[in-house]
Design a binder for this molecule. Structure first.
Ligand code: GUN
Length: 294
């Protein structure tokens, strides 16, 4: 069993990005700039945005946060996005999810200018990704592709089972793994909360991607010997013996599943570190005009 070390790969990609930023600046260009819009005071969203800001600083990007109160109207939020769309100093931006319930998420995501949509959530970018055109690809599936690529894990002809059908993870993941190339060329099965007999499917998986958000639900008896297991779950659970009183659990019961695998991602330190790196990659592409030619 080999551990897929997301932290190590993330550090390597960040060093490559930092070198590119230095080269851009040496040619007299300004560094790439990422903005994050955060509505309200959700603790997890604050933490994520904090991580994104820190990652930007590490590679030499500029970053800025637009903080809005949770009683903002949808029209006011859309006006903020118009301003970001028009601001030439900002290469790309994200609207941190979830949004308050009175705001229509799809309407907001569709109001992001596609060439600044570094989360890859705009329908135009989803469509471009599905058809194999240059696109911003959402961070988690892109990070998993990077991990498979850098560890040179053979994927062609493998049966990949994706658990979860969210727009952010499961659906794009299944699509990317079915596309031509390495990583890719998989035969893909997508399962979800309404799939009966989940274990019947997971036991067929050469590559198992788990994005259900249910702590430790994948047990050793559900995994084929020698499988590659990618765990996207992160659930915070109380842990009286931990320094901060809690710990993070994946969707996979790591201790019993790991000995059966050829490769497995730990939680934390597997997929997580790569998601932020993918956002940085997309922001660099935006600054260089690589997806939408300027
Ligand atoms: N909330 C949870 N994950 C994400 C993400 O990748 N992007 C945004 N914008 N919000 C999120």
């Amino acid at each position: 069993m080999e551990l897929l070390d997301g932290k190590k790969i993330a550090d390597a990609v960040k060093a490559e990005i930092a070198a590119e930023v230095q080269a851009m600046q040496a040619q007299g260009q300004r560094p790439p700039c990422l903005a994050a819009v955060i509505v309200g005071h959700d603790g997890a969203s604050e933490t994520y945005v904090g991580h994104k800001e820190r990652a930007c600083a590490q590679v030499g990007f500029k970053s800025t946060v637009v903080r809005l109160e949770d009683n903002i109207t949808e029209a006011q939020l859309l006006a903020e996005l118009e301003a970001l769309n028009a601001n030439p100093e900002i290469d790309g931006y994200i609207v941190q999810l979830p949004l308050p319930r009175h705001i229509d998420e799809q309407k907001v995501l569709s109001a992001i200018a596609p060439h600044k949509d570094v989360d890859g959530f705009h329908p135009e970018n989803v469509g471009r990704m599905v058809t194999g055109l240059p696109a911003y690809i959402s961070a988690t599936p892109d990070g998993i592709m990077e991990l498979l690529r850098r560890y040179q894990i053979p994927t062609a002809g493998k049966h990949c089972v994706v658990l979860g059908r969210s727009n952010i993870v499961g659906r794009p993941m299944a699509n990317l793994l079915s596309q031509k190339g390495q990583p890719g060329d998989c035969t893909v099965t997508m399962c979800h909360s309404r799939t009966p007999n989940l274990a019947e499917h997971t036991l067929q998986a050469d590559i198992l991607v788990v994005a259900l958000g249910r702590a430790e639900m994948i047990t050793a008896d559900m995994v084929k010997p020698g499988a590659v297991v990618i765990d996207v779950g992160i659930t915070r659970v109380a842990c009286p013996t931990a320094k901060n009183g809690w710990k993070l659990l994946g969707d996979v019961k790591f201790d019993e599943v790991a000995p059966k695998c050829s490769y497995i991602t730990p939680v934390p330190g597997g997929v997580g570190p790569l998601t932020i790196v993918s956002l940085l990659k997309n922001t660099l592409k935006a600054a260089k005009g690589e997806v939408y030619q300027q």
